[in-house]
Design a protein around this ligand. Sequence first.
Ligand code: ADP
Ligand code: ZN
Length: 521
Amino acid sequence: MQRDPLEVLRTVWGYPAFRGLQEEVIRHVLDGGDALVLMPTGGGKSLCYQVPALCLDGLTIVISPLIALMQDQVAALTQLGVRAAMLNSTLEFREAMRVERAMEQGELDLVYVAPERLKALGFLDLLARCRLALFAIDEAHCVSQWGHDFRPDYLELKLLHERFPDVPRLALTATADAPTRREIVERLDLGAGRVFVAGFDRPNIRYRVVPKLQPKAQLLGYLGREQAGRSGIVYCLSRRKVEETAAALEEAGFDALPYHAGLDKEVRAANQDRFLEEEGLVMVATIAFGMGIDKPDVRFVVHLDLPKSLEAYYQETGRAGRDGLPSEAFMLYGLDDVAKLKSLLARSEVQSERQRHVERQKLEALLGYCETTRCRRQVLLAYFGEELPEPCGNCDVCLEQPASFDGTELAQKALSAIYRTGQRFGAGHVIDVLRGESSERIERLGHDRLSVFGIGRDLAPHAWRSVLRQLAALGLIEVDVEGHGGIALAGGCRAVLRGERCVSLRRDPTPTRGSDRRKGI
Ligand code: ADP
Ligand code: ZN
């Protein structure tokens, strides 16, 4: 006999009602259907399988790759009086035996299992001796090589299905761009199941992306002017930058803490606890920070460096405003970020050509988002396969309406300067040549005698940087992957140079303070 899901929700969790798609998903599962559920972080995915686990007779197996989250979930469920346990490498042999026996004897409703278990000797035989009700596959994007955390063990899930074809499966993820989605369905053989997509829009988050000119000053200005006394996260790419930024904020009188994987475990835990408990703290962190953090009143998320992809950006910015109140995602973006990401990409362990292609496309999507003259929310949601019919009115593009202009001639000048100087110099040098700024180095190289020397005098350095950034986003120039930041021409630029292709550029706001000559663009 099945228990009524709403009654289970009320009596076990004490919640009055289901949220969003939860009820629909649960009904579908209780009817024995397979499904893929795409819901943003914090959307309430866990209840989609936890409630059915209690409604159905038999055992629900939850495949979950994150041992820490698994522990939290099992602890929380046990507190609610749910018969839940886990099987992973942290358990002692005797404890694991005890769990396995309880599974066979029908004494458990939910067991969380790490994916590597699937390969363990005798594990499938153990499952065959249990009365199985449901397989829940959490973080299902781990089966996709397109996704950013591919786990080979997830491929074993297909075997699980072949061995137990009658047990329904519920796959869940917060990462849901179209290619990942297709790959999950294909690799898990979920073609016959339903796909539930919960809205990814976070209307209370205001998206802003600004050119990176003087990152430290820009960050201090932003925190001081717009976010004083509020809690937020500042993401940086490297541990060193985390340390430096946290120290600079402290010095400027902010309550700031560092967080990265290189810190002692105790320090990390202490900093995280302080962030969760206190108000008005700024956590300066690498992306190691945030998984499973459930702080409702994070008012802002700043990216001092580009995130790895739009999915990552969505996840990271999604930590703001869980309470539904106005919050902000603020990103500084410069060409040196592109160079850095590209060199990471070049050095990464990822071997296959296909994987590299995937990574490049992701980077392009991200750059497209940064340089867009369309509503940012529309661009972001479109990436997740969701259409927002009207511009949102709550992003910088909607609010400030950046003008676009015909930048074909500027593009031609920049491309020519890159070409004439040999396609190996960085933005600073190319801009000096364009503006006719002579120096000992430029004379030594003979670049002051080139036809392009000084053809761009009338444009300020920051405006040239903006042009170069946009040319990179458009794929017309390549930022060198060797890590020197040298710029080369890329496919498509010929048509521009021959005047067969027009280039529309956005006019970035003029910086208000100081010079931007040296800092990355
Ligand atoms: P996800 O796994 O999608 O990130 P969770 O399952 O952890 O999200 O849920 C996020 C939060 O929302 C949790 O604190 C959970 O208890 C709460 N929640 C989920 N569904 C409901 C509901 N129907 N009513 C009240 N709270 C809910
Ligand atoms: Zn908008």
